[in-house]
Design a binder for this molecule. Structure first.
Ligand code: G4P
Length: 204
């Protein structure tokens, strides 16, 4: 997604070889027109799928997931990471561990919001090691609902989340894929492949 790539290059800050800061448009301040474009893009990528609900995790997944749900005209559910005062009824719970933040949390969703006749689209802001998406997929399975696919705003393709999700048989659509954050610059996966091709072509 070209618009998102430009935003990442203009406003993203490479904090380390593992972490990209995007708090100017996604993780703290949110760009609504970009989120709307992101929602439309997910709808177009999953246009062949029946989707009855969108599922994400608080907090940074909510903005892109909400816009996707709005364009699909279906409800958005966000899994809680902390126990809510009011979430006392029957709940699905799945423990996930964040390698990036080095904390474990209990993803929690009220049973009444996902039922066996649902086809659920997972949306999240970042894909790193795949723990969050696998945790949400587990909750969908607990509910006997179907997973329609997984939409990711920014995939860090140098980490193993994409492979884990594809190996598990899930359809994953990432709007941008980052191949590397080395040397304090963002290298997108497609450009990386293009460059490798050019290097190969000029070397033979
Ligand atoms: P995983 O689910 O793919 O395994 O990812 P991981 O546990 O490693 O990371 C989970 C949390 O860290 C998520 O936030 C995710 O958005 C964030 N994260 C991972 N990599 C990056 C990165 O390069 N840059 C930024 N800005 N965030 C990253 P969270 O715990 O759900 O918190 P929240 O910010 O959504 O509240």
């Amino acid at each position: 997604m070209q618009l998102l790539k430009e935003k990442v290059l203009e406003e993203g800050i490479v904090l380390s070889e593992q972490v990209l800061k995007v708090d100017a448009f996604l993780n703290h301040q949110v760009d609504p027109s970009l989120m709307s474009a992101i929602g439309k893009e997910f709808v177009s990528r999953f246009s062949g799928e029946t989707i009855t609900k969108v599922l994400t995790i608080e907090s940074s997944g909510i903005a892109p997931a909400l816009m996707t749900a709005a364009h699909l005209n279906v409800p958005l559910i966000y899994a809680r990471k902390q126990k809510s005062l009011t979430l006392k009824e029957d709940i699905y719970v799945k423990k996930v561990y964040s390698f990036t933040k080095q904390v474990a949390s209990d993803l929690t969703v009220a049973k009444k919001f996902i039922t066996p006749d649902d086809r659920v689209l997972i949306i999240d802001d970042f894909l790193a090691h795949g723990e969050a998406a696998l945790g949400l997929a587990h909750i969908i399975r607990q509910a006997d609902a179907e997973l329609a696919g997984i939409g990711i705003v920014i995939e860090k393709a140098f980490q193993n989340g994409g492979k884990r999700l594809k190996d598990a048989g899930f359809r994953v659509e990432s709007l941008v894929r980052i191949a590397s954050l080395e040397n304090q610059r963002v290298q997108f996966a497609e450009d990386y492949i293009e460059r490798e091709k050019i290097n190969y072509a000029t070397s033979v």
